[in-house]
Design a protein around this ligand. Structure first.
Ligand code: BG6
Length: 285
C-alpha cells in the first residue's frame, strides 16, 4: 500500500498526506508547503497558526514557507510581495515515491511561465523535493536555464512548535556574526540564543546544524542544512503578533523560526546552466 494519498486540506487546498513507519506529514501543493511533520510518538515538530489563511494569494502562516526568488523585501521594487512568489504559487506534483528504506518522497515543480507573468526572471527550473523518513528533508533545487548569470536569495522559513519560547534556547550559533534586522546593527552572538523579546536576525557564514533545545518538553530538534550559509532566527513577540491578522496574539509563545537561508550577504549567483540546492534536514536529536 502506498504511504501517500491526496486530500482536500484546509480552505479546500490540495494536500498530500503521508503516513509511513517513521512519521506522518502534510504538504500543500500550494507553495509546495509542508504544514505538518510528526515523527512517530512525538509532538508535532512544525507549528501553524490557528489564524492562518488558506487562500490563493496569501502565504500559509506556519510550516515551511518557501521564500524565493528573494528573501524579505524585493531588492528594488517595494510593490513586490515579501519573501517572493514561491510560497503563493501552485507547485504541481511531478513525482511520488515510496523509497526502499520506508521513507516517502514527493517532488513538486514551479512553472517558469507562471512566475514570469509576475516578475522578470530568466529561464529556470525550480523543484522542491520533500522526503519524509525518520527525519524530514526539504530540498529546493534551482537551475539557471537562461543565457546570463542570475542571482537570487531565499529561505526555507521553518516555523517550529515549542513548549514555551521562554524555555527554549538555540545552540550552534555561538560566536557567529549577525545582522539585527530590528535595529540594522551588526553584532556577534555570545553563547546560546534565548528569548525575552522580539528577535529577528540573520546569522552570517553559518553552514552547520543548530539545535533547538526545548526544556519545557525535554526535547531537542536538530536543524541541519546544505547549500545555505545564513541562518535566520525570528520570534515576533507581543506587539508584532498583535499586528499580524493571520497570527494569534499569544501564539508567539508556542513557535520559533529557525530558517535555512540564502539571506543577507548570502546571495546565490548561478552562471548559465549552473544549479544549486537549499536543503533543510529536521529531526529529533
Ligand atoms: C522573517 C523575517 O524571516 O519572516 C521577518 O526575518 C518577517 O522580518 C518574518 O517579519 C515574517 O514575514 P512574513 O512576510 O511571512 O510576514
Amino acid at each position: 500500500m502506498s504511504t501517500y494519498r491526496f486530500i482536500d486540506g484546509e480552505g479546500d487546498l490540495p494536500f498530500a498526506k503521508i503516513e509511513n513507519q517513521f512519521a506522518t506529514a502534510e504538504i500543500s501543493f500550494y507553495g509546495a508547503h509542508v504544514t505538518s511533520f510528526i515523527p512517530q510518538g512525538e509532538k508535532p515538530v512544525l507549528w501553524v497558526s490557528r489564524q492562518s489563511m488558506y487562500q490563493y494569494g496569501k502565504a500559509i502562516r506556519g510550516g515551511i514557507p518557501v521564500c524565493w526568488p528573494w528573501f524579505g523585501a524585493h531588492p528594488s521594487d517595494r510593490n513586490q510581495p515579501s519573501h517572493g512568489y514561491a510560497r503563493i504559487m501552485a507547485w504541481p506534483l511531478v513525482e511520488a515515491l515510496d523509497l526502499p528504506d520506508g521513507a516517502t518522497q514527493l517532488s513538486f515543480e514551479l512553472s517558469p511561465e507562471a512566475l514570469k507573468q509576475r516578475v522578470a526572471v530568466p529561464d529556470f527550473q525550480a523543484k522542491m523535493t520533500v522526503t519524509v523518513g525518520r527525519e524530514l528533508e526539504v530540498k529546493l533545487y534551482i537551475r539557471n536555464l537562461g543565457p546570463e548569470a542570475w542571482s537570487y536569495t531565499g529561505a526555507l522559513h521553518t516555523y517550529f512548535n515549542v513548549s514555551d519560547i521562554r524555555k527554549v534556547s538555540v545552540c550552534g550559533l555561538d560566536g557567529a556574526a549577525y545582522r539585527d534586522s530590528l535595529t540594522g546593527e551588526d553584532k556577534v552572538q555570545q553563547g546560546d540564543i534565548t528569548f525575552a523579546g522580539e528577535v529577528d536576525r540573520i546569522y552570517r557564514d553559518t553552514t552547520g546544524a543548530c539545535d533547538i533545545v526545548d526544556a519545557g518538553w525535554n526535547r531537542t530538534i536538530r536543524v541541519a542544512k546544505r547549500g545555505s550559509a545564513s541562518t535566520v532566527v525570528w520570534n515576533p513577540w507581543i506587539e508584532k503578533s498583535q499586528k499580524m491578522s493571520d497570527f494569534g496574539d499569544d501564539e508567539y509563545l508556542g513557535m520559533l523560526c529557525v530558517e535555512t537561508a540564502n539571506a543577507g550577504n548570502d546571495v546565490r549567483r548561478l552562471a548559465p546552466g549552473a544549479d544549486a540546492e537549499l536543503t533543510t534536514i529536521i529531526g529529533i536529536a
